[in-house]
Design a protein around this ligand. Structure first.
Ligand SMILES: Cc1ncc(COP(=O)(O)O)c(C=O)c1O
Length: 403
């Protein structure tokens, strides 16, 4: 029987990840910069064991029961304080919904806002799984180029104006302002203000995806969150416990206007009723006991050190003509090779001959045809793997350049 004959049209918009196909050659001897995983030593495992034991001893009847779709009050109240410390003012728990990671929130955004054919705007390149989540709903995705300071707001404004003139006002602008995935770029303050200003003048919605702001490891603090500067309630703010605690908890949250959150709750009801009650209690305790706050400087230090190592290895080994970003946040360095190289085609050689893997840049572009970038993760590999892996990658690049 052929299952394909029964599929909805929508399912055909779900593309199998090209990357997963390519990374199938990765074996034990291959050093992979391809994943997007945190350093496991950053997980507060011992604390989670204790907290879980406590919760199950004192309130198992609540923690193992069904919960409300919006999430448990204890966690929302802790999040209000947590976000308050970075200048995000949230009126009350009705302004928050707890999600199964930010990924669920991205799918709900597609569900709630995108009709087939609607235009949505993203940075270019942008987070691949956001593109995948949105694509299911059939939008036209317009990518806006970036430079080292973030999204090109001049291009953004021109594009918005044109789209509106053509009768296709964008539904939202999706941005990852701090430690962007995949480039590692942090949008500067001026751009942030300009972005909010454009959104206000053209009456647009902004989706601010902020998994990395809390572990910014540059000098000082990161530029203010868009949500912290949002006087008009036009920013829907997403963040997650995946990088400040552990991704296996599958916990994220959305902060937005009460009305927006009510729509998210409606969308979530039919997806999964609510996020794991037990995990929400664990996260509330991690925040209440200050474990997350204590852990954050440690995570920053681990990532700063690994980023420095990768930057050092890159300058030591990479041939002329190769450039890369110098991130102050996030988990990735974005590397650009000379035009001659197609990083998708090179991956097989890199893995099979040199034992190193990365993610080709092509699939991160919503609609540009670029072939000579790659994303390198520096948080998961060990320091030794970082050095050895970059050395191998440089050899692969040199071989392909001279072909
Ligand atoms: C920009 C961005 N958004 C969202 C996510 C999803 O994270 P999670 O679902 O674990 O919260 C990630 C994960 O790497 C990410 O980089």
């Amino acid at each position: 029987m052929d299952i394909n004959q029964f599929l909805a049209d929508r399912s055909r918009l779900m593309r199998a990840s090209e990357i997963r196909e390519l990374l199938k050659w990765v074996t034990e001897n291959v050093i992979s910069f391809g994943g997007g995983m945190p350093d496991p030593s950053s997980f507060p495992a011992k604390e989670i064991i204790e907290i879980t034991r406590d919760i199950l001893t004192t309130k198992a009847e609540k923690a193992l029961q069904y919960g409300t779709t919006g999430g448990i009050l204890e966690l929302k109240e802790e999040l209000i304080k947590f976000m308050g410390k970075v200048g995000i003012k949230v009126d009350g728990p009705e302004n928050i919904i707890i999600t199964v990671g930010s990924q669920e929130a991205l799918d709900m955004i597609g569900r709630l806002f995108i009709n087939p054919g609607d235009c949505v705007i993203t940075e270019s390149p942008t987070y691949l799984a956001a593109l995948q989540a949105f694509r299911i709903y059939g939008p036209r995705i317009v990518g806006i180029p970036m430079d080292e300071e973030g999204i090109r707001v001049d291009v953004l404004e021109d594009t918005v104006r044109k789209l509106i003139n053509d009768g296709g006002k964008p539904k939202f602008i999706y941005v990852i302002p701090t430690g962007q995935n995949p480039t590692g770029i942090t949008m500067n303050m001026e751009r942030r203000k300009e972005l909010l200003d454009i959104a206000s003048r053209y009456d647009l919605l902004i989706i601010e995806d902020d998994p990395y702001g809390y572990i910014y490891f540059g000098d000082g603090e990161p530029p203010a969150r868009l949500k912290a500067m949002d006087g008009e309630g036009r920013v829907i703010y997403l963040s997650t416990f995946s990088k400040i605690a552990a991704p296996g908890l599958r916990l994220g949250w959305v902060a937005a206007s009460k009305e927006a959150i009510r729509w998210f709750e409606l969308a979530k009801q039919s997806i999964d009723l609510h996020t794991s009650t037990l995990n929400q209690y664990i996260a509330a305790e991690l925040l209440r006991k200050g474990i997350i706050e204590k852990n954050i400087p440690r995570i920053k230090e681990i990532y700063r050190t690994k980023r420095d190592l990768m930057l050092q290895a890159l300058s030591e080994y990479m041939p002329e003509g190769v450039t890369w970003t110098k991130p102050s946040a996030g988990m990735f360095i974005w590397l650009t090779t000379p035009e001659k190289i197609d990083t998708t085609a090179m991956l097989e050689i890199a893995i099979k001959k040199y034992g190193v893997a990365y993610v080709p840049g092509k699939s991160f572009y919503p609609n540009e045809d670029r072939h000579n970038d790659m994303r390198l993760n520096f948080t998961y590999p060990t320091p030794e793997q970082i050095f050895e892996g970059i050395k191998r990658l440089a050899m692969a690049i040199k071989e392909v350049i001279t072909q």
